[in-house]
Design a protein around this ligand. Structure first.
Ligand SMILES: [Zn+2]
Length: 280
């Protein structure tokens, strides 16, 4: 009997059919390593571990990517509180995370990329989005994604822009053209960790790392992309907005592949692999 998985985009369970016979490429959004992980994180890690093991039991060769967010506002706040270098905090929390993985009997993912190792690729996709007219620089120096310019925005959550705005009760601010616009590149405040960019020193927004890591490590059109259900909006909607916008012109369309679901997921379009300098 076929394994059936809920596809968030189509809103129904679908038979799992691998893109490549005998193989499964799966991605799930991992933790932000500013503290120990909590029971809700553990639930997500365990669920994907069970799924991965089941695929292996069925004879598939599984390539499983779970990223690590090691640059983010919460991390920056915590290192200021602790008075320690950012790398000291994130290295310690990654070690603690795997200690807890071992205690819970969760296998390591095949790849566990850190966001800070993918800054050049993130810069490449932000530049590409800007070139396509989907991103704009604010007066404050951030670069935002213009959700109104992407016709499919809201498709994954199943809501219109108006419904999403009402649900989020978001206020216009931070120089955004639309309250739902999200940050792709954030200007650094003095003393914050930063990387040079065409828009000035700053750091990547959270929603871009998973796009470049998944495409780099799993290639075009991989099988499953999941994460906690709370990530459906805005994180996965925003991931999808970037991947589809970039992929549409590169390979001519969108692949609405099966996605993990009760668990939730963001189908990913075929898109180029993001290598450093590819779009520079
Ligand atoms: Zn993600």
């Amino acid at each position: 009997m076929a394994l059936r998985i809920y596809n968030t985009l189509s809103r129904r369970k679908e038979d799992f059919v691998p893109v490549k016979q005998g193989k499964v490429g799966m991605y799930s959004c991992g933790p932000t390593v500013y503290d120990y992980f909590h029971i809700g994180n553990a639930r997500a890690f365990l669920t994907f571990d069970v799924l991965r093991r089941y695929f292996e039991f069925r004879g598939y060769k599984v390539d499983y990517v779970q990223n690590i967010t090691d640059i983010e506002d919460k991390i920056i706040r915590r290192v200021v509180e602790n008075g320690e270098p950012i790398k000291a905090l994130t290295t310690r929390m990654i070690a603690e995370m795997y200690r807890d993985f071992d205690a819970l009997g969760i296998e390591r993912p095949t790849h566990d990329p850190c966001a800070t190792d993918y800054v050049p690729q993130m810069l490449a996709i932000v530049k590409l989005l800007q070139d396509k007219g989907l991103a704009y620089r604010t007066e404050a120096g951030d670069v935002n994604y213009a959700v109104r310019k992407f016709p499919g925005y809201g498709k994954l959550s199943g809501k219109s822009l108006d419904e999403l705005r009402a649900g989020e009760r978001v206020a216009v601010g931070d120089g955004k053209n639309d309250p739902l616009d999200f940050v792709l590149w954030k200007k650094a405040k003095p003393g914050e960790p930063s990387w040079p960019s065409p828009w000035g020193d700053g750091r990547p927004g959270w929603h871009t790392e998973c796009v470049v890591m998944s495409l780099d490590l799993l290639g075009e059109g991989f099988d499953l992309h999941g994460g906690g259900q709370d990530l459906c909006f805005p994180h996965h909607e925003n991931e999808r907005a970037q991947a589809v916008a970039v992929g549409a012109n590169q390979s001519g369309g969108e692949r609405a592949g099966p996605a993990i679901g009760e668990l939730h997921a963001a189908p990913v379009a075929p898109a180029p692999r993001f290598q450093p300098g590819q779009y520079s």
